[in-house]
Structures are given as C-alpha cells and as structure tokens.
Design a protein around this ligand. Sequence first.
Ligand code: HEM
Length: 153
Amino acid sequence: MDKYTIFPTISTSFIVISAILVAIGWNLAIKRKLDQHKKVMIAAAIAAIIFFIIYSSRTILVGNTEWGGPDGLKPYYLTFLLFHIVLATVAAVFGITTLVLGFKSRFAKHRKWGRVTSIIWFFTAITGVAVYILLYMMYPGGHTKPMIDAIFG
Ligand code: HEM
C-alpha cells in the first residue's frame, strides 16, 4: 500500500471503530450499565480524535486525493463528499456538547443530545466509508500537492 492510501485506510478504520463503540455505548446506556457506557463513549471519542489527527496531518503532509473516476460522476462525488464533511463537522460539535453534558451530570439533556449525536455519527461513518470506496477502491485516485508544499514549496 502506498503513502497515498495507507493514511486514509487507517483514518477510515478509526471512524468505523468509533461508530461501533458508539453503538455499543448506546446499548450499555439503554441497559443502564452507566459506568461502562461512560468508558465506552470516552473510548469512542478518543478513536474520533485519532481519526482527526491522522486525517489533518495527512492533509498537511501528503495532500488530499483528487477524484480519479469518470468526469461525469465528479459533481455527484463532490456533492456527496461535501455532505460527508458537513455531517462530520456537525457530529464533532454535537459530540463535544454530549460529552460536556455528560460530565456536568445534566443527564436529561445529555440523553436527548446523545441520541442525535449517535445517529449523526453513524451516518458520518457510513458516508466516510463510501467516500473511501469511491476514491480508493472503485477508481484509482489522482494526487494533489501536500498543503505544506502548496504553502512553502
Ligand atoms: C460522545 C459521547 C457520548 C454519547 C454519544 C452518549 C450517548 C448517550 C445516549 C444516546 C444516551 C441515552 C440512551 C437511551 O436512553 O436511548 C445516554 C445516556 C446516558 N449517558 Fe451518555 N453518551 C456519551 C458520553 C457520556 C459520558 C462521558 C457520560 C458520563 C460522564 C455519560 C453518561 C450518561 C448517563 C448517566 C446516561 C443516562 C441518562 C438518563 O437516562 O437519564 N454519557 N448517553
């Protein structure tokens, strides 16, 4: 696997791991195993942070991958990518709010936000995997300059 593929593969895996942990954590909350719920959700948040660190370092050091499929599909791909990015950004804001509400023991609100956060995070993971498949498995991706070269190169 080359340097253009290895980082997206690792970061996408972390989104999937995080979403699986959220599903497990939600189930624990429903079963009222609240100590375990807390631990598993913190692990899910850590997996999401690891995703973000790998994703942003790659954007700076290696660059983002351009669409490598047919030109006719590019606008659809870009619209889908934008949808995924918006979901991920909203999920981050909701995730932080849910965690803060949990730590402040404001559980009635936490419960409402937590449900919405979890669902948005599931869609973020599903659309993230779809972007990965479109960009690296279905079509060979094009390459762009790393941001660091674009600025200093
Ligand atoms: C981003 C991380 C988290 C998410 C997505 C999340 C999600 C949820 C969800 C969906 C529920 C409601 C379950 C249901 O009845 O359907 C819930 C309940 C609960 N969560 Fe979290 N949670 C997170 C982190 C935490 C943390 C860090 C704590 C503790 C500090 C915590 C403590 C609780 C408690 C005590 C409840 C039960 C509230 C009640 O039923 O009144 N959660 N959480």
